[in-house]
Design a protein around this ligand. Structure first.
Ligand SMILES: [Ca+2]
Ligand SMILES: [Ca+2]
Ligand SMILES: [Ca+2]
Ligand SMILES: [Ca+2]
Length: 346
């Protein structure tokens, strides 16, 4: 493989270089979102609340299973060059944090629970939840009824079609989504009903013992799985437009039951970007991104394409280093070599 690769690179090197595919490696941290919203049908102050929570009430006829969602909006414009076309963006890593406001009102579970475990125990499809607590998950955002990434804002209406007092299912203007490789978003808010499993980009983890109650000010970290082609496309589209929206959800039981009245929360409540305590103590949601912009031919991202790029790629490829995954599909194979050569010789 290496000899073949060297020959191919040498051949490619003979061709002239255009300057259009030079690359930039961008590593940036957002210490607070540019917008955030408790996405819940009966939120009377959308976009400005000091806390947001996540819960669900699966299979209740009126509500989405992921009933209460927390949307985060980060402007990437000005940090990541916009409008370069989807192929120009290669997301390398993405990490999100949110911090818990309420004290000891739910239990820590940093692993996936079977979607059937959220069904009632007498449901024929019910599966048991083997570990105490419920995971907190992060998803891409999808839109409906005239909204999209470019026009949805933290104070946009919850719905424009339907009436949540009658039926709040599948009407929210922005929803937790699964994105296919062509960019089509499917609403996963009814995950239990629709039996949609394992579509989250990450489950939040915290330095806590599994099953223990979660203290106030605990930060949950989401290291996003970027292997899925739909997820990669989602990030590319976000960077192309200059804004990345993400949504936190969980299907913790909602303790408020219209039949029995309000009780103590049994679900996470998070600080929002508007919360004065969060601003003072650094508990606002955060985002860390590493993204390559531009052609992979400038492999070492120094603004020129030359032998050193080929050498660096070859070294990483031989070592099976993650950086050699040029087409970012989470495997390092011949298709990465093809893509590198293609971009190196353009
Ligand atoms: Ca907000
Ligand atoms: Ca569990
Ligand atoms: Ca270079
Ligand atoms: Ca690859």
């Amino acid at each position: 493989m290496s000899k073949l690769l060297i020959t191919a690179i040498a051949t490619a090197t003979i061709g002239g270089f255009a300057s259009s595919s030079l690359a930039q490696l961008i590593d940036h941290s957002w210490t607070t979102p540019d917008g955030d919203r408790w996405m819940y049908a009966f939120n009377g102050t959308p976009g400005t609340r000091f806390t947001a929570n996540t819960f669900g009430k699966p299979l209740v006829k009126q509500f989405d299973d992921r009933d209460s969602q927390f949307i985060l909006m980060f402007d990437t414009a000005g940090i990541i060059p916009q409008g370069m076309g989807l192929d120009a963006y290669r997301i390398v890593s993405a990490t999100v944090t949110v911090t818990v406001f309420n004290a000891d009102e739910f239990f820590y579970d940093g692993t996936n629970d079977p979607i059937a475990s959220y069904r009632p125990i007498d449901d024929p499809l019910y599966e048991s939840d083997v570990d105490v607590g419920r995971p907190i998950e992060i998803f891409p955002v999808g839109y409906r009824d005239g909204f999209d990434l470019t026009n949805w804002q933290e104070n946009s209406p919850f719905n424009v079609v339907g009436d949540p007092l009658i039926d709040a299912k599948r009407i929210r203007t922005a929803f937790a989504a699964s994105i296919d490789a062509t960019g089509i978003a499917a609403d996963v808010s009814l995950a239990v009903r629709d039996q949609i499993a394992d579509e989250a980009m990450a489950i939040g983890t915290a330095p806590l013992t599994a099953g223990h109650s979660v203290p106030a000010d605990t930060t949950f970290t989401f290291d996003l799985d970027l292997c899925d082609p739909g997820v990669r496309r989602y990030f590319a589209e976000a960077f192309d437009h200059g804004r990345l929206n993400l949504v936190i959800t969980s299907i913790h039981g909602a303790s408020y039951d219209p039949d029995i009245g309000p009780g103590d929360p049994s679900y996470p409540i998070f600080y929002t970007s508007e919360n004065p305590l969060a601003i003072a103590f650094g508990y606002t949601p955060t985002l860390d991104l590493v993204v390559r912009v531009g052609g992979a031919g400038d492999y070492n991202s120094d603004g020129t394409r030359n032998f050193f790029d080929a050498q660096a790629f070859l070294n990483d490829f031989s070592a099976q280093a993650p950086e050699a995954d040029v087409n970012t599909d989470c495997t390092i194979d011949f298709f990465d070599v093809l893509q590198f050569l293609n971009e190196f010789s353009q």
